[in-house]
Design a protein around this ligand. Structure first.
Ligand SMILES: [Zn+2]
Length: 305
């Protein structure tokens, strides 16, 4: 892929809790090892959300998703900021897209062709698969690198824009899907409101997120893989669901997120650099397995019919 920026430095701005809007906080962790700047995580006293305060501004995030260290950590740093190797993980995404699409299909009558919108869709892996199965699928991503990548790889056109502000006209969808990205959004409830506005009655907003105070988070503390530049907020499971219900969604299903992972991605999550090297030595780093990811929830919200 073509990236123009090697590393970007964040511009930080003061903020309040993105779930409850409160400003009272307790210090949590300050992470000083990243070139994007010192990351200051605080805990909201009212709802328990952990978030960056000050948080990177929108322009910093935009630059980050075009930077090389987002796509490929190996080339210029041992620090994992975005992905170890985004392109090499496309196979993993294809496997995950299959199980995720099949799961979406079970929410509707058999054989029904669906209108699916994938937000932050990357190379459009799920969009491509859904179209191949006869669904009307679209993807939106604000990274021009992703949109170009989708064209090159799958010959599909994605919408290059910010989901929250994009004008969909009077288009409606049966499903809005957002995997692996809600913890990167500055205002997750704006995403939910937007999803609701483009869903048909009875439609689903499906989102996975890393929740707070999970076993790996408590074990690894500030070393947990999630405390890195693009992770803006971490939500307690219950609070995340409650604030979506307050927006008018019904909680349809909430469960562990099951994912296919390769060894190097799994060890990357846990920040076990030594294990990654060992796996590479043994040539098992690309071996994969499907597991419920600890501390990772997949939530199905339904717009009332
Ligand atoms: Zn809060």
């Amino acid at each position: 892929m073509q990236t123009t920026i090697t590393e970007n430095q964040f511009n930080f701005v003061p903020t309040v809790c993105m779930l409850c809007g409160d400003s009272q906080t307790r210090p949590r962790y300050t992470i000083t090892k990243y070139k994007q700047g010192d990351l200051t995580y605080v805990t909201c006293v009212r709802c328990g959300t952990a978030y960056q305060n000050p948080m990177p501004d929108q322009a910093s995030m935009q630059d980050f998703y075009h930077s090389q260290n987002f796509f490929n950590a190996k080339r210029n740093s041992d620090l994992l900021t975005g992905y170890r190797d985004y392109d090499a993980e496309e196979v993993t995404r294809q496997i995950n897209a299959k199980t995720r699409l099949s799961e979406i299909e079970t929410l509707f009558p058999a054989e029904k062709k669906l209108r699916i919108l994938k937000v932050a869709c990357g190379y459009g892996t799920l969009v491509k698969l859904a179209r191949d199965r006869g669904h009307q699928a679209d993807g939106i991503d604000f990274s021009s690198v992703m949109v170009q990548g989708a064209k090159d790889r799958y010959n599909i056109n994605l919408i290059e824009d910010d989901f929250v502000t994009h004008d969909f006209g009077d288009r409606k969808f049966d499903v809005v899907v957002l995997y692996g990205a809600i913890n990167n959004f500055l205002r997750p409830l704006d995403v939910a409101r937007k999803a609701s506005s483009v869903l048909s009655a009875g439609g689903f907003y499906i989102v996975n997120h890393v929740w707070l105070n999970s076993f790996p988070e408590q074990l690894l503390k500030h070393r947990y893989w999630i405390y890195r530049p693009p992770i803006i907020g971490l939500y307690p499971k219950r609070a995340f669901e409650q604030y979506h219900v307050q927006l008018g969604f019904q909680l349809y299903r909430s469960r562990y997120d099951v994912q296919y992972l390769t060894c190097d991605k799994f060890f990357g999550y846990l920040q076990f650099a030594l294990l990654i090297k060992l796996a590479e030595l043994l040539r098992i780093h690309r071996r994969g397995f499907t597991i419920p990811i600890p501390g990772y929830a997949r939530v199905f919200f339904q717009k009332p019919g």
